[in-house]
Design a binder for this molecule. Structure first.
Ligand code: PXP
Length: 237
């Protein structure tokens, strides 16, 4: 059965919209744990647009399940990761202009940089996952670097608009998953997974971890809004 990593970046995004103290991703992580999350995922971006250094520091102390830090191969962030020691680092490409992570890492094209980062993190005792498109060349390169896991980018699958298109993307994910398994790496997946499209991906053999953010936080707003309004209405009255 795959483990569920809950990405709570969006909670920090709402906080940063007002540069306020709430909502606090530290509270959100505790509630996600109560809901059964097997892991808490955060992305400490170079521009700190949502998750802040303080969040990582406190979450490292409070999270009792797996803490997974998404991060770019940037020296400043690598140093923070080596010092803070999340249970796992997921290396992702990062562009300043992007709204969210757009594609997988280019391990073939940036081998030395990624290899150096993998080595540093592993030396600090941090398990390393690489976020990759379902591309066999990239998966082979990841295996050669000694990555512990590969997180398959499910973006193309989630964007498919027809059953046939979804099945085609699922076949691509299945082939990539087989290659990851054969290389002895753990199989993770994420990006764009929703309540509607998650099941076939969760059913891929040996799927170990799914990282899901947007859809869970979007639903949390919907299922929580009525209660929140009722509580405020009581105070107002
Ligand atoms: N995995 C990775 C590597 C990501 O960058 C993201 C987005 O931060 C996710 C999973 C979660 O994607 P989503 O928010 O679409 O569920």
């Amino acid at each position: 059965m795959p483990q569920l990593g809950v990405n709570i970046d969006h909670v920090a995004t709402v906080r940063q919209a007002r540069r306020a103290n709430e909502p606090d991703p530290v509270w959100a992580a505790a509630l996600a744990e109560l809901g059964g999350a097997d892991g808490i995922t955060i992305h400490l971006r170079e521009d700190r647009r949502h998750i802040a250094d303080r969040d990582l520091r406190i979450l490292r102390e409070t999270v009792t399940v797996k803490l997974n830090l998404e991060m770019a191969c940037e020296p400043e962030i690598v140093a923070i990761a080596c010092q803070t020691k999340p249970d796992q680092a997921t290396l992702v490409p990062e562009k300043r202009q992007e709204i969210t992570t757009e594609g997988g890492l280019d391990v073939c094209g940036q081998r030395d940089r990624i290899a150096r980062t993998v080595e540093q993190l592993r030396a600090a005792g941090v398990s390393v996952s690489l976020f990759l498109d379902p591309d066999l060349r990239q998966i082979e390169a990841a295996a050669r670097l000694g990555a512990d896991a590969v997180e398959l980018h499910t973006g193309q699958y989630s964007l498919a608009a027809t059953d046939a298109g979804r099945q085609k993307e699922l076949d691509v994910l299945e082939s990539a998953a087989a290659a990851i398994r054969q290389a002895g790496m753990a199989l993770h997946a994420g990006h764009g997974l929703t309540y509607r499209n998650v099941r076939p991906v969760a059913a891929i053999a040996d799927m170990h971890e799914l990282n899901i953010g947007h859809s869970i936080i979007a639903r949390a707003i919907m299922v929580g809004l009525e209660k929140a309004v009722r509580e405020m209405k009581q105070l107002v009255e």
